[in-house]
Design a binder for this molecule. Structure first.
Ligand code: NAD
Length: 497
């Protein structure tokens, strides 16, 4: 059984860590690795390595940085299958889904390859007589990333390629539940020619996170995870004077209007609710039926019962297990509470046993109908393969239901009416909206982020917002006067001439 170590200054190290945690294979329910849990001294060692590396990397030319970025892109592409296998084994998601995660991360690396274009500043010739004004952006220094279990390769790639392309150095604290892809990616960065110390990994739990939040050598913290922790990260790290973006949890609604193609909507609801066992921050967890369409519930429940649940490495599997035994128990309990509170279970995934994998953390696709906004299955972020069906009289009532929810990450509408879709997209208080697209994750050249309790801080992640988050601006106003012009100086506040 391997012990997963930190990666500091270009080498694996155990540092001073004495604590560790088991890493499970969710499909079998058995422990497959042990991960070290970092102490403040390990975080400090990583920050010192990153600070030393920043002295050179922060001055590296755009062309030097771009060369490394392109080489890294080639290596991640060449090794995408291995990364996906690591993700599938530790997270549980099926291999094709893990491959999709790596692909979406790769797209952010490709975006970062265009850094010379992205960092072009503005220039105003002759802003005043003989005076020019121009702007440019500089790196911040050491940037830290703290990431969740559900996309162990992709979410860190939302952060480090852009931070590093901008000239920063980086300390990653991955999820302790599926930590192995971080070390693999670190070695690819090294092979791509990134100087040692620019990319570091410290594994761990709250002790390592708190050390990051308080460390005076870290300029900015990028966090993705659950809402209570996102709120905490934002408060503590901003109090320590850092720039912070903290993306939180979600409850994503899909509204199905009476004019929608119900077969199309049912297929997409099943895919977006049960893909990755519902452990996606953009998963649809609430279907809002406008009108009383029992046919849609029947279609979704029938398709849910057909989803092939099994180990991630089996090519026949469409959906894998959930992350831990505790997650399985919590999800199954919430379904039972929903039933007790008056909802109807139309497809029941509780108590599922997969032959040969009896100890795996499997929960089958579950559809709960007649849910109301007062029930726990609606108010909780379940983060499992559970779709709640709520009813609404019209599109406006559906919009106000979405807007009453504390989360505002993603949402979708299924309709054939352009007018209704437009009313929906303008009316909802949500950051990412799909029209007949249930998981509207923005492409790498836009930015990703929710509203309300789904994001603390102003900045969305990756894309143009990511570049802004990882840099700060300077504006230079300059004049090269002929000696005679000195006589024009005045004590008045300067205005343009
Ligand atoms: P989590 O909040 O439990 O953990 C995220 C990170 O925070 C991990 O690295 C973990 O080690 C650390 N952490 C956990 N508890 C901590 C504590 N008490 N103090 C300090 N650090 C702590 O989240 P998770 O269970 O790994 O991931 C699932 C959650 O992430 C869901 O809520 C999901 O919606 C959310 N998520 C959001 C997005 C988004 O873009 N908005 C994307 C992916 C996941």
């Amino acid at each position: 059984m391997a012990t997963i170590e930190h990666w500091i200054g270009g080498a694996h190290t155990g540092g001073v860590s004495t604590r560790s945690a088991p890493v499970f294979q969710p499909a079998t329910g058995r422990q497959q690795h042990t991960v070290l849990l970092g102490e403040p001294a390990d975080v400090d060692a990583a920050v010192r390595a990153a600070t030393t590396a920043f002295a050179e990397w922060g001055q590296a030319s755009l062309s030097q940085r771009t060369k490394v970025l392109f080489a890294f892109r080639e290596l991640v592409n060449a090794h995408s299958r291995e990364i996906a296998e690591i993700v599938s084994d530790e997270h549980g998601k099926v291999l094709s889904d893990a491959a999709g995660e790596v692909q979406r991360g790769l797209e952010v690396i490709e975006f970062a390859c265009g850094i010379p274009q992205l960092l072009k500043g503005g220039y105003s010739d002759q802003a005043s007589a003989g005076v020019d004004v121009f702007s440019f952006r500089e790196p911040l220094g050491v940037v830290a990333g703290i990431t969740p279990f559900n996309f162990p390769a992709m979410v860190p790639m939302w952060m480090h390629p852009i931070a590093i392309a901008c000239g920063n150095t980086f300390v990653l604290k991955p999820s302790e539940r599926d930590p192995s892809s971080a070390g693999f990616v670190a070695r690819l960065w090294q092979r791509a020619g990134l100087p040692d110390g620019v990319f570091n990994v410290v594994h761990g739990d709250k002790a390592a996170v708190d050390a990051i939040l308080d460390h005076p050598g870290i300029a900015a913290v990028s966090f993705v995870g659950s809402t209570p922790i996102a709120r905490y990260i934002h408060q503590r790290a901003t109090a320590a004077g850092k720039r912070v973006q903290a993306l939180g949890g979600a409850k994503n609604h899909a509204v199905i209007l009476p004019d929608a193609d119900l077969d199309f909507a049912a297929e997409h609801l099943v895919a977006s609710a049960f893909g990755s066992a519902g452990e996606r921050c953009m998963a649809i967890s609430a279907a809002v039926l406008v009108g009383d369409s029992d046919r849609l519930v029947d279609l979704v429940a029938a398709r849910a019962a057909e989803v092939k649940v099994g180990p991630g490495r089996d090519p026949a599997s469409e959906m894998g297990p959930v992350i831990t035994a505790a997650a399985k128990e919590r999800i199954e309990n919430l379904i039972t509470v929903g039933e007790r509170q008056g909802a109807t279970v139309a497809a029941d995934g509780r108590g599922l046993k997969i032959p040969g994998y009896e100890d795996g953390f499997f929960v089958g696709p579950t559809v709960i109908d007649r849910v109301t906004p007062a029930m726990d299955v609606y108010t909780e972020e379940i983060f499992g393969p559970v779709l709640s069906v709520v009813r609404s009289a019209d599109v406006d009532q559906a919009i106000s239901m979405i807007n009453s929810n504390p989360y505002g990450n993603g949402t979708a509408v299924f309709t054939n009416s352009g007018e209704a879709a437009r009313r929906f997209q303008r009316g909802v208080h949500v950051g990412m909206i799909g029209v007949n697209v249930p998981i509207p994750v923005p492409m790498a050249y836009y930015s990703f982020g929710g509203w309300k309790d789904s994001l603390f801080g102003q900045s969305h992640i990756y894309g143009p917002d990511g570049v802004d988050f990882c840099t700060r601006a300077k504006v230079v106003t300059q004049r090269w006067p002929a000696t005679s012009a000195f006589s024009e100086a005045s004590l008045h506040f300067p205005t343009a001439r």
